[in-house]
Design a protein around this ligand. Structure first.
Ligand code: GLN
Length: 443
């Protein structure tokens, strides 16, 4: 079988999914980087006119978009399980995304809203299903699965580093609509990779054949084991939601914080605020491989390395990342200039990413190990819907900080993530029992 041949010890299909998702994320993050800027640019601007919205209106749309674009993953997952299979859903999602980006590229309000709608549908179809397909490349018990997800996650973040630089630059400096078109071209490249590489994905992401046997399988009620596994997945979702609510401060509150309250001058050069929008992704690209290596060594040394354990550790590290922000907020309050040194931001984002890598690719892999076959895509879609709620919560926390002050919000997040992480670690054995050996490695 073609999908038996490997690159870097992983199935070839992983690299097709890697590049497809890299370009999809390029398109996603590129568009996201200029959305608020486009909305708030003056309509009368001679050089590059926007829609002239207020910041508040723009941020509200940004928050709702961030939620819906992931929330529709539930529908994307359900459609894949019932009708299309993951493979075709990804293809269709990609077509919607291309159409959506080019609709944004047309300078007319109805076309703008149509574009957003198409993007929300497209990402909902593509994002969860391509993630489930990564899991489909590995058999049950294959020890390479977690590392495969980390590689995939690095691809995501290469797209996320490049996008603000390219789409952001041409969108802001030349023409917003050119920016959206470039995001559309990114997705076209992704589709080309996917279509030409499909041979490496044979047998992955197909809908179960419509046979008597499979119909019976689908009609079976869930077993006790499957129900336990779903329960433990929902506990993992809780950690994930708190995590993203903290992490996604980066695009909103922390963006303004970096602009107004951080002294960004290093060796006489002022780091632009927008650079910090790429910093997380850049850290993922740098730290992804060493972190995967660390966890593999850790497991081989016979230490506790279940997904839930890693996620609990991730939650605690996130909390420490917010301690660094508390330190910054303290320095702001103490300094005459009302500013804190930039190293707090570098340190805190570094810790956020160490936490992210202990948690996010691990959660994706975990779901592909635990979800009952007939709900494989739906569970992944639900996971992304939860991250969408986390995004929305991040926006609300950012708004709350306007009244309560940053220190209160940073402290709240620190305490909450810490407690959650500790709780998970305390109960890790009981939670593991609920997985009924789904994480056992057999090779
Ligand atoms: N940053 C990751 C991505 O874009 C994770 C996003 C999420 O889980 N909501 O894929």
């Amino acid at each position: 079988m073609e999908n038996q041949s490997t690159i870097l010890g992983h199935p070839k299909g992983l690299f097709i999914l890697f590049f497809t998702e890299l370009w999809e994320r390029f398109s996603f993050y590129g568009m996201r980087a200029i959305l608020v800027l486009y909305l708030t640019a003056e309509t009368t601007d001679k050089f590059n006119p926007g829609l002239g919205w207020t910041s508040k209106e723009a941020l509200a749309l940004y928050g709702w978009y961030g939620m819906f674009v992931y929330f529709t993953g539930i529908f994307g997952g359900a459609i894949a399980d019932r009708w299309l299979g993951q493979k075709k859903s990804v293809l269709l999602g990609g077509i919607f995304i291309i159409a959506g980006q080019f609709a944004l590229a047309v300078n007319a309000l109805p076309s703008f809203y149509t574009g957003l709608f198409l993007l929300v549908c497209g990402v909902g179809l593509l994002k969860p299903n391509i993630s489930t397909m990564v899991g489909g490349l590995y058999k049950k018990g294959d020890e390479r699965r977690d590392a495969g997800f980390t590689i995939f996650y690095i691809g995501i973040n290469i797209g996320a580093v490049l996008a603000p630089l390219i789409v952001g630059y041409y969108g802001e400096m030349v023409d917003w609509h050119l920016g959206f078109s470039l995001a559309g071209f990114g997705m076209i490249l992704g589709q080309i990779v996917y279509v030409f590489g499909r041979k490496t994905l044979s047998g992955v992401g197909e809908l179960l054949q419509d046979s008597e046997e499979n119909r019976n399988l689908m009609a079976q009620p869930l077993t006790k084991i499957e129900k336990d596994r779903i329960l433990v997945m929902f506990i993992a979702f809780l950690i994930v939601m708190v995590f993203w609510a903290a992490y996604e401060q980066a695009g909103g509150l922390m963006n303004l914080y970096a602009r107004d309250k951080i002294d960004r001058v290093v060796f006489g050069y002022e780091i632009p605020t927008s650079f910090f929008q790429s910093l997380h992704a850049l850290y993922v690209v740098i730290l992804g491989a060493p972190m995967a290596y660390f966890w593999t060594k850790w497991r081989k040394a016979g230490k506790e390395s279940s997904s839930l354990y890693k996620m609990g550790v991730g939650s605690i590290i996130m909390s420490i990342g917010f301690v660094a922000l508390m330190a910054a907020a303290y320095e702001v309050s103490e300094s005459a200039l009302n500013k804190a040194p930039v190293y707090w931001l570098f340190l805190s984002y570094f810790l956020h990413v160490v936490a992210e890598l202990s948690l996010s690719p691990v959660a994706l892999s975990f779901i592909t190990k635990l979800a009952p076959m007939k709900y494989a895509s739906l569970m992944m879609g639900t996971y992304f819907a939860i991250t969408g709620l986390g995004n929305k919560a991040a926006g609300l926390l950012g708004e709350a900080a306007q009244d309560a002050g940053e220190m209160a919000i940073f402290t709240g997040i620190t305490v909450f993530s810490l407690l959650l992480g500790i709780l998970i670690l305390l109960f890790v054995n009981r939670l593991k029992a609920l997985t009924h050996g789904a994480e056992e490695i057999t090779n």
